[in-house]
Ligand binder design. Structure first.
Ligand SMILES: [Zn+2]
Length: 92
């Protein structure tokens, strides 16, 4: 079983993965996805109320699509499948 992380480790993770300013394309190209570790190429701005501030979060394409699907499912958007299809394959 994993040991719970300390407050210091939690603060470091927030600093590391919820950057206060957006990443530049060059900056993103030097990062790994904060979720799975693959090459990052996209980013989300998040403001978890428990963290208390906006932060930019680097993601790979696959995790970005998964997070889009997860959020749209949570919001129960009626056209979420079509929106996701257009997002992942705009030429289709
Ligand atoms: Zn990823």
């Amino acid at each position: 079983m994993r040991r719970p992380i300390t407050q210091r480790q939690a603060d470091k993770a927030v600093r590391e993965y919820l950057r206060p300013k957006p990443y530049t394309p060059l900056g993103l190209s030097r990062l790994n996805c904060a979720h799975c570790g693959d090459q990052a190429s996209r980013q989300w701005s998040l403001r978890p109320c428990a963290v208390g501030r906006v932060g930019w979060y680097p993601l790979c394409v696959e995790c970005d699509v998964r997070l889009n699907a997860l959020v749209m499912d949570f919001l129960q958007l009626p056209d979420r499948e079509e929106r996701l299809r257009q997002y992942t394959d705009p030429a289709a």
